[in-house]
Design a protein around this ligand. Structure first.
Ligand code: ADP
Length: 534
């Protein structure tokens, strides 16, 4: 039998273009020019304004010499300029590097240097840290300051609003000619040494936007409140999803329960995201003030294991939970706990226990598997433990300038998460432990090795080990176990202060225990014994 000649049909400009999430802004501005795209305090930007400001930023960046392939870093809270930069930076052909605002200047200097940032856009709330970071660099980036309402701007660098007027009027936004082109560079504190630079591509950004909009059932009438930092995994993809569906972004500079309640009620917020600590804070504060939401808002919960009690209590104040699981390396949500229709009949406790599981693959993910040490899927019995391994379209391109770590992460054609889980009979995965040495405190990763290396630098410390201790508020907090050198007169409080001086504040151990460290026969510190002693 002959077959049709399928191969005669080739992609051309009419039927194929590289996928890029930047195109969502163009579409939204065309369809909804006058609709409110961004609410940021008293500032309102329509989709027309949003697009014009993003293009003006791209033109301004080009006028400062930024060219395709350059890195443009941003250190900012959730502000409208941060959203503009999300689109404006790639429209200049550059790669955006959003930096966690809670990091210390030494780590920020490392990130800026490693990513070779040419330019850094800064929220003046972090002026001191940004300047301290740049002072440590042989070739610091050009600084662009966002508007400050309360302070005057440092006299070095450029003002963001001036930059918007600097570009050529006929500037044409750059579109990628390859969907694999880098879109974002996000640093994640892994288990060893310096942070790793996770590179996202345009294709992944586009598919993450679609996938997360579907997972979260968003539409043009959605109103999204930015309780999640936009610097975390492109705000779990929602910097793109909200624009893709033409919904409204509501910016929020920090977690303030009273303001969150007011913003939800004032703007009719339908969707918000955050780590369990954020939801728990809201539950506590709303409860104490005797407040419930006047209509249900969907809360996507992720970044750390959610206690079933938090899920259970959320419903009582008006939050409907979507549970997401993922990593920086997977553009945020790689799995979601899809609610089955028959779960509607379950009692609250059983439903909360089901919903606390990390679930099944998100739309743009091919597979979320639990594999044993030989790479075979574990039995679906809710008991056999293996590592969660992921394949899909929203898995990073790799770590920048780190082929060894990239190869290790992608061994055997899977992305290895370092999360240990079981698989239930219904195919839903549930995390039980972590093989990697990180502490997840309030949804932020802390490398225990980073804290240990600061402790080992202390002249009076012989040995040190840091482990995650369970904490009702933060989920986990770092505890340090320390063996002082003979004759040393160390005190826990001064050691915690010492750590605060050498690390971002949130990474300092919450407790120090002086003891002999338990070891294996080969001399390795038995962290499991330390964990069990808590
Ligand atoms: P994120 O910014 O989303 O927290 P990170 O890369 O910083 O991403 O952290 C990823 C790690 O966080 C995962 O490997 C896992 O250990 C943990 N994590 C994320 N989501 C969940 C979840 N829903 N349940 C349990 N742990 C989670």
């Amino acid at each position: 039998m002959s077959q049709p000649d399928w191969a005669q049909l080739a992609p051309n400009a009419a039927n194929h273009a590289p996928l890029s999430p930047v195109s969502f802004l163009k579409r939204a501005a065309r369809i909804y020019p006058d609709k409110t795209a961004i609410i940021d305090g008293d500032t309102r930007l329509s989709y027309r304004d949003f697009e014009q400001r993003a293009v003006a930023l791209a033109a301004g960046l080009a006028a400062l010499g930024i060219v395709a392939g350059d890195t443009v870093a941003v250190l900012s809270r959730n502000r409208h300029e941060m959203l503009e930069a999300r689109y404006g930076v790639p429209m200049a052909g550059a790669v955006m590097n959003p930096i966690n605002v809670r990091l210390d200047s030494r780590t920020i200097a490392f990130i800026l240097g490693h990513g070779q940032a040419r330019l850094l856009i800064v929220d003046p709330a972090f002026a001191d840290t940004a300047q301290a970071a740049c002072a440590q660099m042989p070739e610091p980036p050009i600084i662009v300051w966002m508007r400050a309402s309360d302070t005057s701007l440092p006299d070095t660098g450029h003002a963001y609003e001036d930059l918007l007027g600097k570009g050529r009027a006929d500037f044409a936004p750059v579109t990628p000619d390859d969907e694999w082109a880098p879109l974002t560079l996000s640093y994640t504190s892994g288990t060893t040494g310096d942070p790793k630079g996770v590179v996202y591509h345009h294709r992944g950004g586009y598919l993450a936007a679609m996938s997360n909009a579907m997972a979260f059932e968003m539409s043009a009438s959605s109103v999204y409140l930015w309780t999640l930092p936009m610097f975390h995994c492109d705000g779990w993809g929602y910097v793109w999803s909200v624009t893709a569906v033409g919904a409204t972004h509501v910016c929020l500079p920090g977690i303030d329960a009273a303001r969150i309640y007011d913003e939800i009620e004032a703007h009719g917020v339908t969707h918000l995201c955050g780590a369990p600590i954020v939801l728990n804070t809201l539950i506590g504060a709303f409860d104490a003030a005797g407040r419930t939401l006047s209509r249900t808002a969907t809360f996507a919960l992720g970044g750390a294991a959610p206690p079933a009690a938090v899920i259970r209590k959320a419903g009582a104040i008006g939050f409907d939970i979507t549970h997401l699981y993922g990593l920086t390396e997977t553009y945020g949500p790689a799995a979601l706990c899809v609610r089955q229709p028959e779960w509607a009949d379950l009692d609250t406790d059983t439903l909360a226990a089901r919903m606390a599981r990390q679930g099944v693959a998100n739309y743009a993910i091919e597979d979320v598997a639990v594999l044993d040490i030989d790479g075979a899927p574990v039995a679906r019995d809710g008991a056999a433990i293996g590592e969660i391994c992921i394949r899909g379209h929203t898995v990073m391109a790799g770590y920048l300038d780190n082929p060894a770590k990239t190869d290790e992460a992608f061994a055997d054609g899977w992305f290895h998460t370092g999360d240990l889980a079981v698989c239930h009979a219904d195919g839903y995965v549930e995390i039980k432990d972590r093989a990697k040495d990180i502490i997840i405190s309030g949804g932020e990763n802390i490398s225990s090795l980073e804290i240990e290396s600061v402790l080992y630098d202390h002249p009076e410390i012989g040995e040190a080990a840091v482990v995650a201790a369970p904490d009702d508020t933060w989920g986990e907090v770092p505890y340090a176990f320390v063996t002082p050198r003979p004759g040393a007169a160390l005190e826990a409080e001064t050691l915690i202060d010492y750590c605060r001086q050498h690390l971002a504040r949130f990474k300092a151990p919450k407790r120090v225990v002086f003891c002999e460290l338990p070891k294996t026969a080969t001399g390795k510190i038995r962290k499991n014994v330390l964990r069990e002693s808590l």
